[in-house]
Ligand binder design. Structure first.
Ligand code: MTE
Length: 328
């Protein structure tokens, strides 16, 4: 996002730990970077080797045989699919840095073992092992448009299961009104989490009604394969009628709450990245128009569609449309 908050008292970039120290292999493996703050600027072969070594020791994904999943024909596209490599090298994953080129850094993330704690105002709270969770769900492939608030867009085949399936399993209590989702915190792996002026962990939230919507997916794969780390392995949210920042990656907890939670981006820029974040070509971002979007890979310009083209599925959730398309 075009937002790099840094309070006046934060240390300047040139005083930060040098890159060679920052990417020290031992420090990576032992997670002993402590409170050092550093510049997340560039990667090298040491980093790749370290990521590979860490991967060899980690337990393996037990769901590989589930991909590719059967495509659900109900969801079709009005544009070509984005090239998989283009989508995999242009990402937003602030835990690894405030730039688009985090795909190599994101390989630091260990996605097994992994658990997702589902808790809060529910009758049946449970901490799921990721492989048990995926194996117990009806995986399917869906072709969806995806629109970032920064006005780039893509069209991708996600693999996943409806969030509604998980909601039903834990039986929300009647007082539960919102679903808050949280990403991992691991400062030894996700170096931008050392920048303490960001409100880590990354969180996002939906109303229960939005969570139950047929479109809302928990995605575990893309392009017919398990989710690459830079796209938010092992499990991320996909809500295609909302701007990309609602689509929280690498989820470790899902909590059912009464009050509307303040999310990561809302805390950083409430006037720019509001809670509702429904795609709307007629409502400009304070710093740029949302009327058009640029497709990743081809740079083709397209007119932005209201609710990103998903009006039929979602418009009934927003009867006071005027207020809820963007901020609130
Ligand atoms: N989730 C986490 N945990 N951290 C992030 O920085 N960025 C969001 C969203 N989910 C983000 C996140 C934003 S701004 C976008 S546009 C999408 O992820 C990008 O998803 P992609 O990189 O898979 O295309």
């Amino acid at each position: 996002m075009h937002y790099h908050p840094r309070p006046a008292w934060a240390i300047p970039e040139h005083e930060a730990t040098p890159e060679s120290v920052f990417f020290n292999r031992r420090a990576f493996l032992k997670g002993s970077l402590g409170a050092a703050a550093g510049g997340v600027v560039g990667v090298g072969s040491t980093l790749t080797a370290t990521a590979e070594a860490a991967d060899k020791e980690a337990p393996k994904d037990q769901t590989l045989d589930m991909y590719p999943a059967k495509r659900n024909p109900a969801f079709t596209l009005d544009r070509p699919l984005t090239n998989a490599e283009e989508a995999a090298k242009f990402n937003n994953f602030y835990e690894f840095g405030p730039v688009k080129t985090i795909s190599l850094l994101a390989q630091r993330l260990n996605t097994r073992p992994w658990t997702v704690k589902v808790h809060g105002l529910v009758n049946k709270p449970k901490t799921f092992d990721i492989d048990d969770l995926i194996r117990s769900m009806p995986l399917e492939e869906r072709l969806y448009r995806f629109r970032c608030v920064e006005a780039w867009a893509m069209a991708v085949p996600w693999t996943g299961f409806p969030l509604a399936e998980l909601i039903k399993r834990v039986e929300p209590a009647s007082e539960a009104k919102y679903i808050k989702m949280t990403t991992f915190v691991d400062r030894s792996v996700a170096l931008n989490q050392l920048r303490f002026w960001y409100p880590w962990p990354y969180t996002e939230a939906l109303t229960i009604e939005e969570g139950m919507n047929e479109l809302t997916l928990l995605a575990t794969g893309i392009y017919g394969k398990p989710m690459p780390k830079q796209h938010g392995a092992p499990i991320r949210l996909v809500v295609p009628w909302k701007y990309g920042f609602k689509n929280i990656k690498s989820i470790v907890a899902i909590e059912f709450v009464k009050e509307r939670p303040k999310t990561f981006w809302e805390e950083l820029g409430p006037n720019e990245y509001g809670f509702w974040a429904n795609v709307n070509p007629n409502f400009s971002h304070p710093r740029w128009s949302q009327a058009e979007e640029r497709m990743l890979g081809t740079d083709e310009k397209r007119a932005t569609l209201i609710f990103n083209g998903y009006e039929t599925w979602v418009a009934s959730m927003y009867p006071d449309l005027k207020n809820r398309l963007y901020f609130m």
